[in-house]
Design a protein around this ligand. Structure first.
Ligand code: ADP
Ligand code: UDP
Length: 237
């Protein structure tokens, strides 16, 4: 598959056209950003880990009946995906209080919820990805009620699959962000990535943070944490 024109360079990935109009190549970088791009850095080897991990998890989700954009891993950092029109919503599922939830609602990090929560942000860097509800999404014509229903259903199913899998790896899935897109026929599929950049992953025994919070909060050992979760994942495939 030929890598064509670069369509987009984001904070963590570059996206390229291919000779098939319905397929794209994503290329994972080591660049790391936080706080809406205010904090910038490099996590050496992150692109390789995020590419692999995202692909392995998406293949697992496909087996569980969740449609994804994954087609084929092309190299350490490059993957062939189905081109989608991204639904401009960041979908966040939480099992345990952390990050912005803890801050916004005054809840200690680590408080376990009776049942998972879902929230949506409007994917818009200029506005700082503001939190919105479903009705705002309809008013802004970001998605239809049918699409939001499908996205919610898939998101909770993905949570159950991933939570169970990470548990086998000795890792607690605290929260994560998903993005969905529309294929040419209008059907909804999981897109973007699932990685330590987009999930909070805590060691089940020690509570040690094994994700991007190590970068966001200057905790050190960022590369080691990414390598550790990747190792646990591959050992439990
Ligand atoms: P950001 O745009 O937030 O800086 P990235 O650096 O991860 O993020 O860039 C990847 C971009 O590609 C994101 O905007 C994401 O929504 C988009 N994207 C992910 N998967 C697909 C896909 N299958 N088809 C089209 N766009 C995609
Ligand atoms: N997240 C993400 N991209 C974003 C915002 C959040 O991948 O632009 C992920 C983040 O890694 C965490 C979850 O979504 O796993 C919830 O993040 P939160 O709302 O607590 O925000 P943060 O504390 O990162 O500001």
């Amino acid at each position: 598959m030929q890598k064509g024109k670069q369509l987009y360079e984001g904070k963590a990935k570059r996206v390229y056209e291919t000779d098939d109009p319905e397929l794209l190549i994503v290329d994972y970088k080591d660049d790391a950003t936080a706080f809406n791009g205010l904090k910038k850095g490099t996590i050496v080897g992150k692109g390789v880990i995020n590419n692999r991990m995202s692909n392995l998890l998406m293949q697992r989700l496909e087996k569980a009946g969740i449609p994804t954009h994954f087609v084929k891993e092309l190299s350490e950092r490059e993957t062939l995906v189905k081109k989608v029109s991204i639904v401009p919503l960041e979908v966040i599922i939480r099992n345990i209080a952390a990050g912005s939830f803890s801050k916004r609602y005054g809840v200690d990090e680590g408080v376990v919820f009776a049942s998972p929560t879902i929230e949506f942000s409007y994917k818009n860097d200029d506005l700082g990805d503001p939190l919105i509800n479903e009705y705002h999404a309809y008013a802004l014509k970001l998605a239809t009620p049918e699409e939001v229903d499908t996205i919610k259903k898939y998101s909770f199913e993905i949570n159950e699959e991933l939570k169970a899998f990470w548990k086998e790896c000795g890792v607690t899935l605290v929260d994560f962000k998903l993005e969905f897109g529309r294929l040419k026929d209008g059907s909804i599929v999981l897109a973007d990535e699932i990685s330590p950049d987009t999930c909070r992953l805590w060691d089940s025994k020690t509570g040690e943070k094994l994700d991007k919070d190590r970068f966001r909060r200057d905790l050190g050992g960022v590369e080691d944490a990414y390598a550790e979760v990747m190792k646990r994942l591959t050992e439990h495939l």
